[in-house]
Design a protein around this ligand. Sequence first.
Ligand SMILES: NC(=O)C1=CN([C@@H]2O[C@H](COP(=O)(O)OP(=O)(O)OC[C@H]3O[C@@H](n4cnc5c(N)ncnc54)[C@H](OP(=O)(O)O)[C@@H]3O)[C@@H](O)[C@H]2O)C=CC1
Ligand SMILES: O=C1CO[C@H](CO)[C@@H](O)[C@@H]1O
Length: 318
Amino acid sequence: MTIRWGLVGVGDIANKRVAAAIQSDPNSELVAVCRRSEPQLDQFADQFGVPHRFTNADDLIASPNLDAVYIATPVDCHCPQTIAAARAGKHVLVEKPMALNPAECDQMISACDQAGVSLGVAYYRRFYPVVLRIQQLIEAKQLGRILSIGCVTGNPNRFPADDWRVIRTRGGGGPLMDIGSHRLDVFLQLLGDVATVKASVIDSPDYEAEQAATLLVQFNSGAHGILQCYFGTVETPDRLEIIGTEGRITVEDLNHGDLMLSTSEGQQLESHPPADNLHAPLISDFSAAVLEHRSPTISGPVGKRTNDLIRLAYEDAQ
Ligand SMILES: NC(=O)C1=CN([C@@H]2O[C@H](COP(=O)(O)OP(=O)(O)OC[C@H]3O[C@@H](n4cnc5c(N)ncnc54)[C@H](OP(=O)(O)O)[C@@H]3O)[C@@H](O)[C@H]2O)C=CC1
Ligand SMILES: O=C1CO[C@H](CO)[C@@H](O)[C@@H]1O
């Protein structure tokens, strides 16, 4: 059996990676796509050879010949479209951040539970070989007791004030929601759950959302997490550093996967590059989970935890 996918929202990320990832997965088939703009919909469907096209998400979701819906629309659409898909009996894989706020995440989880369908969230960095290698090194106590994890990330785009990414009711916030969310998810994967969140933001002179956010989180283990995220800077690589009592790991760019391990014995460079299509392992995991009747690796409750931390950060910053 293959999973027949409908893809709602065929903009930037669908075009760059999601459609190709579905089409390259042996358990998946891309059978339907949706966006409201008809000429752009046709262009996308023609480019990827997708047989069914819809200008209304409800119509795609109601279509009987689908097993799963991939939601790649702006964040304010994630909750209503997930609930509609669940009620129509479709499994749902939703882009990050999962929703505008934790209350929406709860509604999505509960709708999918009630309908008996799977819910996954697209935090694909969880499948990066370099992240899995770091997890292994931490678990093997190669770094001793972990004291801190730090990440700096920036998107150079200068978003206009009417872009959904910088309107709070559409994107949920600014760089913290859009790019910080990915890194907080990696923090949770590597160091476990968080007890407290402190945050400060810098407002943008040009739009409603923040332009910069700096977070200091304290994990249940006692370790610190420091996250800095920006919009409108020069391109900032996806840098990660973990400091322990016996060692340090530095990754200059998670998307390249070179890892430097420093211990008292010296330095060791390892290379763990990600998949060519970063979404491919995510789609494969989700479709296999549906076929094997297991939970996807990045389930609704996993995705929601990042929304919880972001909410605490915005509350503290206020
Ligand atoms: N995992 C990752 O690395 C990345 C994830 N993302 C996430 O993916 C999502 C989409 O981002 P991105 O592709 O950059 O956004 P875009 O703005 O480029 O695309 C959004 C798409 O959604 C469509 N859309 C908007 N509203 C609706 C609606 N009500 N019904 C149906 N379609 C709709 C738009 O088309 P139209 O207006 O014609 O309807 C467009 O095709 C976001 O959640 C974002 O955070 C984005 C980039 C990378
Ligand atoms: O990783 C990413 C690349 O940039 C995009 C635009 O800011 C983000 O939405 C996305 O999560």
